[in-house]
Design a protein around this ligand. Structure first.
Ligand SMILES: NC(=O)c1ccc[n+]([C@@H]2O[C@H](COP(=O)([O-])OP(=O)(O)OC[C@H]3O[C@@H](n4cnc5c(N)ncnc54)[C@H](O)[C@@H]3O)[C@@H](O)[C@H]2O)c1
Length: 358
């Protein structure tokens, strides 16, 4: 089978580590070029991987006759770059979040539909064996009907200092809810089948980022005078079938744990799951009953290279013409919730959610 000619756009920390490296190990993919607007980063990566380098992704697509791109630029740029790439007729793997707002996400999904090209969202967390185990429980009816979900992804002190995350244009003007809250929300939505949300309420706060005395660990530093994003968010979502969901996420909070902690719980009328980890779930348990006893069970999970599973799935969806496991439409649902939580926070009201057409 002919190899798919791929270029990686944005080869900073995540683009190099979780897009470029796994793509070089992905069957039927050939990384021929990379693009980064930072010349020093570009030179370093080109030398390391022996690939052509560009500072303009349009030129890279043309000159290298690319069939696919993998985009890991700062989040605020995903939408614009993804739309342009899709319109130029290349398949796109776009890191999370697909856009900074629902409107941006919808535009990317529409561009992929019009171009008839694969669009996959780079939630590498989806390939976690713990999540797959949870999905198996749900799909085989072991939970019964899920009626409540809870997601928590909180750092005690972890405001990411890089401009990528806190500069208004690069971050998309949104903070922790968009940056890491999206992971926990995506995990829950994936496990519960991307049900249709009907309303959401929420509140977002900036409690640490503007404090000049804020204690910083190894997440970088920033100018508190220019910090404009939320560092804590909480939301409550209701779904069409009656399921509800509560979410808490923070870049910084006065909690007991020192490291970033992710927790997820889904309650069904036949059983429940509780999982923990970070962005990606790492451990999971199933809690239910027999006729006379309550029981707990924990699977023995295999190791897995999640970014590699992600790039393999992307290339497979191109070569085999199948839908990718992480679709643009799923991000439409995800971002309809994220937008509604922001809106509810600013209006103080519960927000009705109507999913847009594509
Ligand atoms: N999935 C994850 O676990 C995870 C973890 C970290 C970051 N991310 C996501 O990955 C993205 C990048 O984060 P990062 O930590 O690698 O940031 P980074 O700052 O290390 O890298 C971003 C790179 O993009 C380059 N860039 C900026 N504008 C560009 C443009 N127009 N064209 C080409 N290159 C451009 C920058 O020069 C930089 O090298 C963000 O969207 C972030 O949310 C995901």
């Amino acid at each position: 089978m002919a190899e798919v000619r791929v270029g990686v756009i944005g080869v900073g920390g995540h683009g190099r580590g979780r897009h470029l490296i796994p793509l070089t190990r992905t069957p039927n993919a050939r990384v021929v070029a990379v693009c980064d607007t930072d010349q020093a980063t570009l030179n370093r990566v080109c030398q390391e991987f022996h690939v052509a380098g560009y500072t303009d992704f349009r030129e890279m697509i043309e000159r290298e006759s690319l069939e696919a791109v993998s985009i890991a630029t700062p989040s605020g740029l995903h939408y614009r770059i993804a739309v342009e790439c899709l319109r130029r007729g290349v398949h796109a793997l776009v890191d999370k979040p697909l856009g900074a707002s629902l409107q941006e996400v919808v535009e990317v999904v529409r561009a992929s539909v019009h171009a008839n090209k694969v669009l996959m969202v780079g939630f590498w967390s989806r390939f976690s064996p713990a999540l797959r185990y949870g999905l198996e429980l749900v799909e085989t009816g072991m939970l019964g009907e899920p009626y409540y979900a809870y997601g928590y992804l909180v750092r005690r002190r972890g405001i990411p200092g890089k401009p990528t995350f806190i500069d208004k244009e690069l971050s998309g003007g949104r903070g922790v809810l968009l940056d890491i809250g999206c992971y926990m929300l995506d995990n829950i939505l994936a496990l519960t089948g991307f049900r249709k949300p009907v309303s959401a309420s929420g509140a977002v706060y900036t409690k640490f980022g503007r404090d000049p005395e804020e204690i910083k660990f190894n997440w970088g530093t920033w100018d508190p005078g220019k910090f404009e994003l939320e560092d804590f968010a909480a939301g409550f979502v209701k779904f069409e079938n009656g399921m509800s969901l509560a979410l808490e996420t923070a870049w910084a909070a006065n909690v007991s744990h020192r490291e970033e902690v992710g927790r997820l719980r889904i309650l069904g009328d036949k059983g429940g799951v509780e999982a923990e980890g970070h962005e990606a779930l790492q451990g999971i348990g199933y809690y239910s009953r027999t006729k006379h006893f309550l029981f707990d069970s924990k699977p023995i999970l295999p190791n897995a290279d999640l970014p590699l599973e992600m790039t393999k799935a992307f290339i497979k969806s191109i070569t085999e013409g199948v839908e990718p496991p992480v679709t643009g439409w799923q991000s439409v649902i995800l971002h309809s919730i994220i937008d509604a939580i922001y809106e509810s926070s600013s209006t103080g009201k519960e927000v009705r959610i109507t999913l847009p057409g594509i």
